[in-house]
Write a protein that binds this ligand. Sequence first.
Ligand SMILES: [Zn+2]
Length: 259
Amino acid sequence: MSDTDDLEVVPLRAFKDNYIWTLRNHRHAAVVDPGDARPVLDYLQRERLELCAVLLTHHHADHVGGVAELLAHRGVPVYGPRGEPIATLSQAVGEGDEVEIPQLGLRFRVLAIPGHTRAHIAYYGANSLFCGDTLFACGCGRLFEGTAQQMFASLAKLAALPDATLVYSGHEYTLANIDFARAVEPDNADLLARAASDAEKRSRDRPTLPSTIGREKQTNPFLRCLQPAVVASANKYLGARASGPVQVFAAIRQWKNEF
Ligand SMILES: [Zn+2]
């Protein structure tokens, strides 16, 4: 049996709505964006797993805050974006770099996806995408350090991945995002179907994640800035005609902030 045969991705909850994605096999685990050490340490102990790596997507405290305490228990490599202030980082990576986790038989490609923060990255491999606060189910991250142009390009890069790619985002924001998406595209039948199935999951306290790139392309307004219905809604919000897809994106991102 190879190490990847029994790979599982488990969501550990932290704070109000963060997910610490935990990649594990029968013996080892790696965690993505451990904002809090406690849920990770509890899980590792309960499942008798050995931590082997930490992957970070960006520097915000709710994504990196638990790293120092995890390292106090076990020294493991900490991967994260080159060019962001993360004191616990040991392996700074950027676009095109590869991250290998031999204990799990995994290899990820690093994608630079700036916009939410200046040097935000994603990890892509094993048909999975760990994209932090850039792409959410039916939404996208706020523009704290980057421009609309950057975020638009980052989302386009993710949208170009295969449709079957599993999307593991950093937060459970899906139902609120769907409410906004329905305001942008009230007649999108895929979106209506998604609203029903994701509401049902949440009613059972289940995660709506992972999503897929294909589902996001059908329902996420931030990936649909060329769709006539999205352009029309952006124009209505602006009270003017958007000059192109980046301005459409900027308009709906602004509108979402006020929604
Ligand atoms: Zn963030």
